[in-house]
Design a protein around this ligand. Structure first.
Ligand code: HEC
Length: 161
């Protein structure tokens, strides 16, 4: 079964001699699941920017694995919870699975990680194309695509900012 939909060509209009091609980038569902263990996750770092406050979380086991310099195992999730004006706004989730990278072209791939944007009610943001997540996180490919790897290392029970 196909688990995701690639960019779709939505409209091609030919007016006179000019051709207008409108690409609408559709969102895609992928293999990332909404986390089922939010209560167990440990808040190890976060950010405050304007009216946004984020809490970045993972299981203690995963934090210990990264601290020990071991590879992140399949089945792992990192969760970024974004609050706006004190209210839960959205969840950014990255999840790794066996050979999940093969779902994408090599240029887009982020190892075996996939990314997803969930709204506060757990639904997928159907206006987002998660290739944007991947393209930015590719910048930290040498740290297993994790921007907060150094915060995990520095975490000893109190969130590191
Ligand atoms: C423009 C660059 C950029 C884009 C696009 C982006 N991220 Fe990130 N992401 C970051 C940075 C930088 C951090 C570190 C925390 C911070 O600064 O907010 C981060 C942190 C995270 C984390 C915490 C784990 C880690 O890497 O440290 C998750 C999970 C995450 N992003 C998921 C997503 C998802 C899902 C999307 C797309 C919907 C996305 N990101 C899009 C730059 C980006």
């Amino acid at each position: 079964m196909k688990l995701f939909i690639k960019h779709a060509l939505c409209a091609v209009a030919v007016i006179g001699s000019a051709t207008f091609v409108a690409w609408q980038v559709h969102a895609e569902t992928n293999r990332v699941k909404f986390p089922t263990n939010l209560d167990e996750l440990v808040h190890y770092t976060g950010r405050e920017r304007g009216d946004s406050v984020t809490h970045i979380k993972a299981t203690q086991t995963l934090i210990d694995t990264v601290k020990a310099g071991k590879p992140v195992p399949p089945g792992s999730q990192f969760v970024l919870i974004d609050y706006r004006d004190g209210k839960l706004y959205r969840y950014f989730v990255m999840e790794k699975g066996v050979n999940w990278g093969a779902d994408y072209d090599e240029a887009r791939r982020t190892g075996d990680w996939q990314f997803q944007w969930f709204w506060a009610d757990g639904s997928v943001n159907t206006a987002e194309n998660t290739s944007r997540c991947q393209s930015c996180h590719q910048g930290v490919g040498d740290r297993d695509f994790l921007f907060t790897a150094s915060e995990i290392e520095a975490f000893h029970g109190t969130p590191v900012n």
